[in-house]
Design a binder for this molecule. Structure first.
Ligand code: ADP
Ligand code: ASP
Ligand code: MG
Length: 406
């Protein structure tokens, strides 16, 4: 008897009919002789709606209260799924993150899982029940409820698969796998049969939201294979695992895009030791994560320094930076939010020359200006005008001939 851990995302449990669909799928897996643990996200846009509600009652929602509020979205979907399963005659029980033994640190809104106590889930599985766990949440030592950050149900699922000793973790969503680019924007994108953790981590971190990067990271650390497939079909899906070949015919495996980018430029920065520290230390202390950093060559010991943050963190970052601009004697600080990142990713690129040039030419031919460039060993990222993100994706997909398969 195998233990199967399946996660169903928000679009897969968006209404009553979809919840019934998930229930039917789970019953079929159970009838195949398996033990079944289901992890669910909140229905549809529930999490966004709850955040909106909190913002309607206050400008600064208390972080502890906000986490309790957001955790209720997943409680709703897990309980409804348990009811749907029972109405099909299956023995099922829903558990909150706390009841399921998901222990986290106390960093509200982006808590990290410290460990899983699998006792309660195991006890219910032994009673032959289908166990449904509310995703995206856990509890601190003090029994305060925490959430794991947006998209965190994927992380719950992989952590449970590891904690319960499952052979793999299955993530069901509204696409039938990981594609060479977001299939909503690039109709000719191709589904990948398999992909390694490293490439998937880079794709996910740079905007391919089909799996959360922390879930991929956990999978890699514990060598847990992750299957990404559709909850609306029985198509094969994409297996993320350690055995996927790194070097394939086409050295670019996928293209990601992310429109959650804001740019801050500090103009007229004195070019002397200690200045970068004076700028980035307070940002780090404010828990603001800075992505791309570019410093121009200095003229007469004066330079410009540009970096990017998530759009949601821009206001806070500007608040932190404005006094620093004064104290270091820089001229001013300006921001831009109408930006996007497009990234070309592939493990085989690190040993093959010419990929950057091909990317820049493709963007140039499309009339797209590159504002900033960053690279890792297996990725090249350009920051461009947000309005051109779709065009850039399609042009790059063509330039690297990804429609021919990888
Ligand atoms: P869920 O609600 O199941 O968590 P998400 O909306 O978080 O689903 O993720 C699925 C979406 O990810 C797809 O609908 C698709 O538009 C988007 N996506 C972005 N990049 C990719 C990619 N490379 N492959 C597949 N889907 C992608
Ligand atoms: N409901 C949460 C969110 O919308 C977690 C998730 O869906 O994974 O971010
Ligand atoms: Mg998701």
């Amino acid at each position: 008897m195998a233990l199967v851990v399946q996660k169903y995302g928000g679009s897969s449990v968006a209404d009553a009919d979809k919840i019934k669909n998930v229930a039917r799928r789970a019953v079929a897996v159970k009838e195949g002789g398996n033990q079944v643990v289901l992890v669910v996200s909140a229905m549809g846009d529930t999490t966004d709606e709850l955040i909106e509600l909190a913002n309607q009652v206050t400008d600064h929602p208390d972080d502890r209260e906000l986490d309790v509020l957001l955790s209720t979205g997943e409680i709703v979907s897990s309980t409804l799924l348990a009811m749907a399963l029972r109405s099909l005659g299956a023995n099922a029980i829903s558990l909150s993150g706390a009841q399921a033994g998901i222990r986290t640190d106390a960093v509200y809104s982006r808590a990290r899982i410290l460990g899983i106590d699998p006792h309660r889930i195991s006890k219910e599985l032994e009673k032959n029940k289908i166990v449904i766990v509310a995703g995206f949440q856990g509890t601190t030592e003090e029994m305060d409820i925490t959430t794991l950050g947006r998209g965190g149900s994927d992380t719950t699922a992989v952590a449970l698969a590891v904690g319960l000793g499952a052979d793999r973790c299955e993530i069901y969503t509204d696409v039938d796998g990981v594609y060479t680019a977001d299939p909503r924007l690039v109709p000719e994108a191709k589904r990948l049969d398999e992909i390694g953790y490293e490439e998937m981590l880079e794709l996910a971190s740079y905007g391919a939201r089909v799996v959360h990067p922390r879930a991929v990271e956990l999978g890699e650390v514990y060598r847990m294979p992750i299957l990404v497939a559709s909850s609306f079909s029985d198509k094969a899906g994409t297996l993320i695992h350690g055995g996927a070949p790194m070097e394939v015919g086409n050295k670019v495996r996928g293209i990601a895009h992310d429109v959650d980018v804001a740019k801050i430029t500090i103009v007229g920065v004195p070019d002397k030791p200690g200045v970068a520290g004076a700028i980035f230390d307070p940002l780090a202390r404010a828990n603001i994560s800075v992505d791309t950093i570019v410093q121009n060559a200095s003229i007469n010991k004066i330079t410009d320094l540009t970096f990017t943050v998530a759009k949601g963190e821009l206001a806070e970052a500007m608040k932190v930076i404005e006094p620093v601009v004064e104290s270091i004697g820089a001229r001013e600080c300006v921001s831009d939010t109408k930006l996007a990142k497009v990234s070309v990713i592939g493990a085989g690129m690190q040993t093959a020359p010419g990929y950057a040039a091909r990317m820049f030419s493709a963007l140039y031919e499309e009339g797209i200006n590159i504002e900033l460039i960053t690279t890792s060993e297996i990725r090249i990222t350009c920051i461009i005008d947000e309005a051109r993100a779709g065009d850039a994706l399609r042009a790059l997909h063509r330039a690297f001939e990804l429609e021919k398969g990888v």
